[in-house]
Design a protein around this ligand. Structure first.
Ligand SMILES: Cc1cc2nc3c(=O)[nH]c(=O)nc-3n(C[C@H](O)[C@H](O)[C@H](O)COP(=O)(O)OP(=O)(O)OC[C@H]3O[C@@H](n4cnc5c(N)ncnc54)[C@H](O)[C@@H]3O)c2cc1C
Length: 373
């Protein structure tokens, strides 16, 4: 890889976007500093589903063996109704055997990326909250959904509350857990669960609840409320929820994809540019795709402004499409009454007659190879 002569790069935020970008840029010879407000990158967060489009980036960064060791394969996605009766099954291992769908704890992925970034020569300053954005030759805002840089490029925007809240919890995984993401769909609510390969099972439960307005990952919730909201669910759900003793809760907000991602000396990546609802499991994945594309554009063109413009042009339409698909899933999971019965019957029929159809609908998403750039 070429060693560019460009100016040093400052990244705000050591989440998945910031650390992956730091690693990708440093591997290409850029001098990179990451400023992170947290005093340490602690065990926060829960599960992430990482699809093959992002695994290709981790592999290109030389991180696949380490990532494989901290994650577990997701062999299929199972959709069921609220009583646990099968509705559809996306057999990933069978129909897409070359693709790597993985399940991982967010903190383990962050720790891996932090270590890889440091090995590549990145300076990471923890406990450094950026309040006034520094005047530097190139500033990357990887500072998440409440980004400070985004309003400087886009003005003040107000996200709207979707009327849905989500709980997330970790429980001990049973021995030999089903290596699958399981989705249980009920009227106005759904629950997703998968094992994380570290002896834990991740649970995310979403409920339509118009009276909640907080956005953020670390708001404590009440396990009893979670159990009450899903009391009518069957299958494995009651047994899982009985084990929840700590739960986080957050409100789901819809943000527009940022209209302006860069201005020639500053750029946004990850949630700072395009926060998503969690219904397609692509938040961390888009962050990883962004990171590679940004590094590739900057390494390919010594004209920084042109490189950033190319980055924005490459990424914006794709992120827009992904976010629209996630928004559509939000509606489909929570159907009620006759619409729900008809939709589930339709899915069961498609699944029986053309079992690959549901997977192929997302070929545009999972076949994408950011490293082809
Ligand atoms: C604590 C936490 C837990 C999460 N848990 C989950 C989860 O369980 N499941 C899931 O699917 N997704 C989770 N996410 C979201 C998911 O990780 C992101 O959607 C996705 O990875 C995009 O990452 P990002 O790097 O763009 O943003 P983020 O992951 O939000 O990272 C942004 C980083 O910037 C730092 N930062 C913000 N402002 C400043 C500032 N002014 N100065 C310095 N640093 C700053 C933050 O501390 C954070 O480390 C979590 C995010 C966070 C922050």
């Amino acid at each position: 890889m070429s060693v560019p002569s460009q100016a040093p790069i400052t990244i705000v935020g050591a989440g998945i976007a910031g650390l992956t970008a730091a690693c990708a840029l440093a591997q290409r010879g850029f001098a990179v500093t990451v400023l992170e407000r947290a005093g340490q990158l602690r065990e926060v967060g829960a599960g992430l589903q990482i699809s093959p489009n992002a695994v290709r980036v981790l592999e290109a960064l030389g991180l696949w063996p380490r990532f494989r060791a901290i994650s577990v394969a997701s062999e299929r996605v199972e959709l069921a109704d609220s009583m646990g009766r099968p509705v559809a099954r996306l057999d990933l291992a069978r129909y897409r055997p070359k693709d790597r769908f993985r399940l991982v704890h967010r903190a383990r992925l962050v720790a891996l990326l932090e270590q890889a970034a440091r090995e590549a020569g990145v300076r990471i300053e923890l406990g450094h909250e950026v309040t006034d954005l520094p005047e530097v030759p190139l500033l990357i805002g990887a500072d998440g959904v409440k980004s400070r840089l985004r309003p400087l490029l886009n003005g003040i925007e107000t996200p709207f509350f979707t009327g849905q809240t989500a709980w997330r919890a970790l429980i001990p995984a049973e021995p030999d857990p089903t290596p699958a993401a399981q989705v249980f769909m009920g009227p106005g609510r759904h629950l997703v669960s998968y094992p994380l390969g570290n002896g834990q099972r991740n649970i995310v439960a979403v409920l339509e609840r118009p009276d909640w307005h907080d956005e953020g990952w670390s708001i404590p919730g009440d396990p009893a409320e979670l159990r009450a909201a899903f009391a009518r669910f069957g299958g494995p759900v009651p047994g899982w929820l009985a084990q929840v003793d700590e739960v986080g809760q957050w409100g789901l907000f819809r943000h527009p994809v940022a209209a302006h991602w860069q201005d020639g000396t500053r750029a946004l990546i990850g949630d700072a540019a395009h926060p998503t609802l969690p219904f397609l499991a692509q938040g961390a994945v888009m962050a990883i795709e962004d990171a590679w594309t940004l590094a590739a554009c900057l390494a390919a063109d010594p004209d920084q402004a042109a490189a950033l413009a190319r980055f924005e042009a490459l990424r914006k339409p794709r992120c827009q499409r992904i976010i629209e698909a996630a928004n559509a899933n939000a509606r489909n999971y929570h159907l009620r009454g006759p619409t729900r019965a008809v939709a589930h019957a339709g899915l069961r029929a498609v699944n029986r007659l053309a079992p690959t159809r549901l997977i192929e609908r997302f070929a545009w998403l999972y076949d994408h190879d950011p490293t082809a750039l």
